[in-house]
Design a binder for this molecule. Structure first.
Ligand SMILES: Cc1cc2nc3c(=O)[nH]c(=O)nc-3n(C[C@H](O)[C@H](O)[C@H](O)COP(=O)(O)O)c2cc1C
Length: 359
């Protein structure tokens, strides 16, 4: 029988993990009142055979809670709520980090707490619509361009959130620098037209992301800090731009200097997005010496092939974990995968399509 690297133990940062499989972060909108609950602890515990779980996009501040029913990690109640999840996963021998997601301009005020504001690098609205519980689909709004004070306070919010994550029992944090949310909005000249030191050159557009990474790594440890990036991703109305290769070339070199635990690359071509050129993946691989995770459209054989060709160190699985809570065992022992993925229940509010997929 073939020996699969996928199912062997390894390390990411200082964390020992039992296999090379990462459960990708997936927003599931079950955090009623933006507070993690028992249902979420059950969901993650069911999936604890992953080497590393990256818990869903979680806001570092009220302004980053742009979607309905997503969790935060800035209040005492949220920290207490997350403790149930981390304890449940650790009890089964799993490891779990949390994705810090500030939704930036991909937000709607109807989803947010009173007194919040929608902020982004520049007052440029994304085209398209998003769900709100109160009025269903709504256009994306025009965000407020962040002031110098907003930049300082938002960076500080990431640091507090990262400290809160450690207090809540997480094994580390992943900065969400992908998919068109706040951090990626700074990277792209299509969403960032500032006139200060955060725009005007590649170095300047990368500045906020790097500052946040430096500050979070200093607070909780570089070995507990990772980042997700989506070069050539188009989610959140992020068109491709001329300097895209040079931007991610520079950024990955700078992140390498910070010696953070990992970069997590997203390739959503399996979800209908444009292909991500292999050249940019190779470029990031050669620039970044620590763990490189790849996610998007994998099955057992393609995951194993990408681990063995030297390009990636860990493989992320997203959707297969939704309807296969015991995905790792099913892959390892060649049991059939569930065919019952109900996409209508991705973002609904209760157990259906969430904790009721059978082992
Ligand atoms: C329901 C759902 C929610 C998602 N939420 C997030 C999220 O919160 N943060 C993120 O970075 N990616 C998110 N993604 C993207 C996944 O992490 C992953 O990159 C994507 O599903 C591709 O992997 P797959 O082909 O194995 O599903 C989400 C995907 C799905 C299907």
């Amino acid at each position: 029988m073939k020996n699969y690297k996928l199912f062997t133990a390894t390390k990411v940062g200082s964390l020992e993990i039992k296999n090379h499989i990462v459960m990708a972060p997936m927003t599931r909108c079950r955090a009623i009142g933006n507070i993690p609950n028992d249902m979420m602890a059950t969901y993650y515990q069911q999936r604890a055979s992953a080497g590393l779980i990256i818990a869903e996009g979680t806001s570092p501040s009220p302004n980053g809670l742009g979607y309905a029913r997503i969790p935060g990690i800035f209040s005492e109640a949220q920290i207490a709520g997350w403790k149930k999840t981390t304890a449940a996963v650790h009890q089964r021998g799993g490891k779990i980090m949390v994705q810090l997601m500030h939704t930036g301009r991909i937000s709607h005020i109807l989803n947010m707490q009173q007194g919040s504001e929608i902020i982004a690098p520049s007052a440029l609205k994304a085209s398209g619509q998003m769900w709100t519980d109160a009025k269903h689909m709504q256009d994306y709004p025009t965000p407020k361009a962040m002031t110098a004070e907003d930049i300082v306070s938002t960076r500080a919010a990431y640091v507090t959130a990262a400290n809160n994550a450690i207090e809540a029992g997480f094994d580390g944090v992943e900065l969400h620098g992908a998919n068109g949310y706040l951090l990626e909005e700074f990277l792209s000249p299509n969403s960032n037209i500032r006139t200060d030191k955060y725009c005007g050159s590649i170095e300047n557009r990368c500045r906020f992301v790097i500052e946040v990474a430096i500050a979070v790594a200093a607070a909780i440890g570089k070995d507990k800090t990772g980042i997700r990036l989506s070069p050539y991703g188009v989610a959140g109305d992020m068109p491709i731009y001329d300097e895209i290769d040079a931007t991610y070339d520079y950024l990955s070199k700078e992140l390498n200097k910070l010696d953070i635990a990992y970069i997590h690359l997203v390739d959503h071509s399996a979800m209908g997005a444009p292909m991500v050129p292999i050249e940019i993946k190779k470029r990031i691989r050669s620039n970044f010496k620590n763990t490189l995770i790849s996610c998007g459209g994998y099955d057992k054989e393609s995951a194993e092939a990408d681990l063995n060709n030297g390009l990636f160190d860990l493989i992320g699985f997203g959707r297969p974990f939704i309807n296969n809570p015991d995905l790792v065992g099913r892959l390892e022992f060649d049991h059939e995968l569930s065919q019952s993925l109900n996409t209508d229940l991705f973002y609904s509010a209760d157990e259906k399509g969430y904790t009721d997929y059978p082992k």
